[in-house]
Write a protein that binds this ligand. Structure first.
Ligand SMILES: Nc1ncnc2c1ncn2[C@@H]1O[C@H](COP(=O)(O)OP(=O)(O)OP(=O)(O)O)[C@@H](O)[C@H]1O
Ligand SMILES: [Mg+2]
Length: 626
C-alpha cells in the first residue's frame, strides 16, 4: 500500500517537473520572440500573486485586445505541449495519433516527423512546429505534395492554369542570416573530419554528434534549430548539397542544370519535363558545384578539360561541363538517376514495355546464346531492358561487361565489370575498344557492351561472328537508321557482318493520350543476307499496336525454329517452353513480385530445376495457394 502511494506521489512529482520544464520552455520562447504581451499569461499560474497583478496591468496597457488569443493554454496546445505534459507525444506511436489535429501541417506528418538521434534533443514536428513551410506561388494551383526527406524537405507540384505550365517547387527549411553564418562555420570545420569508412547511417550519427558538440559550446539546444543545422550539414557534407533532395526523390529520372540563371529541369515520372524553383545564380558557386560533382565521381574537370562523364557514388550517371567555353550559358550538369532497384523482366511487363510472350521469346534467345541489341531514342529504357533481360542468363555463365560509366548490375557472381578510363595527367586512356579487345581474352560466355558508339562496335560484331554471345544498346530510331549507323563511320561494321546480330528490340517513348509510355515498337530478327540482292533480311516477330496498346505476334520466328531443331524439340515442346516461361513471368507480375532480390532466386531455381518450379507453379494455379 505504502509502495503504491509512493509511486503515485513520484508520478505526481514527475508530472509537476515536466509541467515546470514546459512552462519554462514556453516562457523562454515567448521572451525570445519578444511577444511581451504573452508574459503576464505565462506568469498567471506560476508566479507569485503580486507579480501576476503587476504583469496583468502591463498587458492591459500594452495590447489588451490580443490577450485572449495568446493565452498560455492555447500556446501550449499549439505546440502540443499539453500532450507532452501527459507524456502522450512520446508515446504517440500511430500515424493517426501523431497527425491528429495537425491536418494543416501539410504534407501530413508521419512517424518520421519525430527525429531522435542519440545525444541530440528530440525534434517533433508537432511539438516544435514544421521545419519547412510552403509560401505559395501566386497564379499557381497545387497538384500534389509529397515528402522527399521528412521532416525537412517536401515537394509541391504546381500548375499555372493560364499558361499551362508546371513547376516543381522544393520546400526546405529557411535559414536566417545568423543561422547561415553558423552553418557555414560548422561546415567549414566539419570538412575532412568525416571518416571515409563506415555505413551511411554511422557517418550520419557521427556527423550529428559532432555538430551537436559545436552547438553545445554555443549554447544552442533548441531541438528545431539543432536538427535544422544538422540537416544542412548532412546535406552538404554527406549528400549532394542543393540537389540532395532531388537525388532522394524516387520520382525523378534525370536532373539537368543547363547553365547559369536558368532553372534546374527534371524528368519526372509523372510530370515529365518540369522546371524547378532551384537556379544557380552565382557562376563561381556553379563552377565549384560541378567540380565537386566530378570529384565525387572520381574524375577531374578543369577549364583545360571542361567535360566529364562519370558515375556518382550512388550509381547515378553524371555528364558535366565546366565554364562557358563549351556550353555558352556556363557550367552544366546532367544526372541520370540510378534506379535504386535494377529493373527485372517483371518491371518491364508491369510498365507495359514488353508482354510476357515477348519476354519468353527473349528468354529462349538468351538461353540459346543468341546476340541481342536494344535500340531506340535517348532515355527510352535500353540499358534498363538490357539489365532486366540479363536475369535470363544462366547463373554460372561468365559475364564480362564493358561500359563508359557503370550502370549495369548483374546478380551472377561470375562477372567482370569493366569501365573505360580517360587520359588524365599523362595516363594512357583505356577506351571501350581497348577493353573489348582485352575482354575477348578473358574467355567470356557473355559479353555486354553498355552502348555502341564508335569503333568498339566493329569489334563487337567481330566477336559475335566468332561465336561469342553479345548484348548491347544503340541509339537509333528505326531498322534503317540502325543499319546505317552500324555501317557508317565511326562504327563501320561491314554489311555482310550485320547478320551476326540475331535479335534487335526497338524501343521508344510514345504517347498514349497525354501519358508518356515506354513501349517496344517492334522485335526483329536479322535473318542473314538475301543471296539474290545481297540485302539484309529482316524478320519481324512482334509489333506494338498503339491503338489497343497491345503487342501482336506478326511473324514466325526463324530463330525459334533453329533452336527447336538444335535442341531436338517438337513444335509442341517449343510451344510448351514458351508458354511456361510466359506464365511464370505473368504469375510474378500478377503477384507483384518485381524486385531484383525476389526475382533473381526464382530464375536461379528455374535453371536448377525448371520442371520442379513449373510443377510448383501449376499446383499454385490449381490450389490457389502460394
Ligand atoms: N520500361 C520502362 N518503364 C518505365 N521507366 C523506365 C523503363 N525503362 C527505363 N525506365 C526509366 O527511364 C530512365 C532511362 O532509362 P535507361 O537509362 O535505361 O535509358 P537509356 O535508353 O539506356 O538511356 P540513354 O539513351 O541515355 O542511354 C531511367 O530513369 C529508368 O528508370
Ligand atoms: Mg543507356
Amino acid at each position: 500500500m505504502a509502495e503504491k502511494e509512493k509511486i503515485a506521489s513520484d508520478k505526481k512529482t514527475m508530472r509537476k517537473k515536466l509541467l515546470r520544464i514546459e512552462k519554462e520552455k514556453v516562457s523562454s520562447m515567448l521572451k525570445k520572440t519578444s511577444h511581451k504581451k504573452l508574459e503576464p499569461k505565462e506568469v498567471k499560474k506560476s508566479g507569485p500573486k503580486k507579480r501576476r497583478t503587476l504583469e496583468r496591468k502591463k498587458i492591459r496597457k500594452a495590447k489588451p485586445k490580443k490577450r485572449k488569443k495568446l493565452t498560455k493554454k492555447t500556446l501550449l496546445k499549439k505546440r502540443g505541449a499539453k500532450k507532452l505534459r501527459l507524456g502522450a507525444v512520446e508515446e504517440a506511436s500511430t500515424v493517426g495519433e501523431i497527425t491528429k489535429g495537425f491536418e494543416k501541417l501539410k504534407p501530413t506528418p508521419t512517424k518520421n516527423s519525430v527525429v531522435s538521434i542519440e545525444g541530440l534533443p528530440t525534434y517533433n514536428m508537432i511539438v516544435h512546429g514544421p521545419m519547412a513551410v510552403f509560401p505559395g506561388v501566386p497564379g499557381y494551383r497545387e497538384l500534389e505534395r509529397y515528402w522527399v526527406d521528412e521532416p525537412f524537405a517536401f515537394v509541391v507540384v504546381l500548375e499555372n492554369p493560364e499558361t499551362n505550365t508546371r513547376l516543381y517547387y522544393l520546400v526546405e527549411p529557411v535559414l536566417t542570416e545568423s543561422e547561415q553564418d553558423l552553418l557555414d562555420t560548422i561546415v567549414e570545420r566539419m570538412r575532412g573530419s568525416i571518416p571515409y569508412v563506415g555505413s551511411p547511417a554511422d557517418k550520419e550519427k557521427f556527423l550529428a554528434k559532432k555538430v551537436m558538440g559545436f552547438l553545445r559550446t554555443l549554447e544552442v539546444s533548441d531541438p528545431k534549430l539543432v536538427h535544422k543545422i544538422v540537416y544542412f550539414v548532412r546535406r552538404s557534407c554527406l549528400g549532394y548539397g542543393e540537389i540532395d533532395p532531388l537525388i532522394k526523390d524516387p520520382n525523378i529520372e534525370d536532373i539537368s542544370c543547363n547553365g547559369l540563371n536558368t532553372p534546374l529541369f527534371l524528368y519526372h515520372r509523372k510530370y515529365y519535363n518540369i522546371p524547378t524553383n532551384l537556379t544557380f545564380t552565382d557562376a563561381q558557386r556553379l563552377n565549384s558545384f560541378v567540380i565537386s560533382l566530378a570529384e565525387r565521381s572520381g574524375k577531374m574537370i578543369s577549364f583545360g578539360r571542361p567535360t566529364v562523364d562519370g558515375t556518382l557514388p550512388d550509381g547515378s550517371r553524371l555528364q558535366a561541363t565546366l565554364g562557358d567555353e563549351v556550353t555558352t550559358k556556363g557550367s552544366t550538369f546532367t544526372i541520370r538517376k540510378f534506379a535504386k532497384e535494377p529493373f527485372t523482366p517483371v518491371h518491364l511487363v508491369k510498365y507495359g514495355t514488353y508482354s510476357p510472350e515477348m519476354l519468353a521469346y527473349l528468354w529462349l534467345m538468351v538461353e540459346n546464346k543468341k546476340n541481342l541489341m536494344f535500340i531506340g531514342e535517348t532515355a527510352c529504357g535500353k540499358t534498363s531492358s538490357l539489365n532486366a533481360i540479363s536475369l535470363f542468363i544462366p547463373p554460372d555463365a561468365k559475364i564480362v561487361s564493358l561500359e563508359e560509366t557503370r550502370e549495369l548490375t548483374f546478380y551472377q557472381e561470375n562477372w567482370i565489370p569493366n569501365v573505360t578510363r580517360e587520359a588524365v595527367g599523362g595516363e594512357v586512356p583505356i577506351t571501350l575498344y581497348d577493353l573489348l579487345r582485352q575482354a575477348l581474352r578473358q574467355r567470356p560466355e557473355v559479353l555486354v557492351v553498355g552502348e555502341v558508339r564508335g569503333q568498339e562496335g566493329l569489334v563487337l560484331f567481330q566477336a559475335m561472328s566468332t561465336g561469342h554471345t553479345c548484348y548491347s544498346t544503340l541509339h537509333a530510331n528505326t531498322v534503317e537508321d540502325a543499319v546505317n549507323r552500324l555501317e557508317g563511320a565511326p562504327i563501320n561494321v561491314p554489311h555482310n557482318m550485320l547478320a551476326a546480330l540475331d535479335v534487335a528490340c526497338f524501343q521508344s517513348i510514345s504517347y498514349l493520350g497525354k501519358r508518356r509510355v515506354r513501349r517496344t515498337n517492334t522485335i526483329v530478327e536479322f535473318a542473314g543476307l538475301d543471296p539474290a540482292t545481297g540485302g539484309l533480311r529482316i524478320n519481324e516477330v512482334f509489333r506494338w499496336d498503339p491503338v489497343r496498346d497491345k503487342y501482336d505476334k506478326t511473324g514466325d520466328s526463324m530463330l525459334l525454329r533453329e533452336i527447336m531443331q538444335a535442341r531436338g524439340w517438337s513444335q509442341a515442346d517449343l510451344e510448351r517452353e514458351l508458354t511456361e516461361r510466359a506464365k511464370l513471368i505473368k504469375y510474378l507480375a500478377d503477384r507483384d513480385i518485381v524486385r531484383y532480390e525476389d526475382v533473381a532466386p526464382i530464375m536461379r531455381n528455374f535453371y536448377a530445376n525448371p520442371e520442379k518450379l513449373l510443377k510448383q507453379l501449376k499446383e499454385v494455379k490449381k490450389t490457389g495457394r502460394d
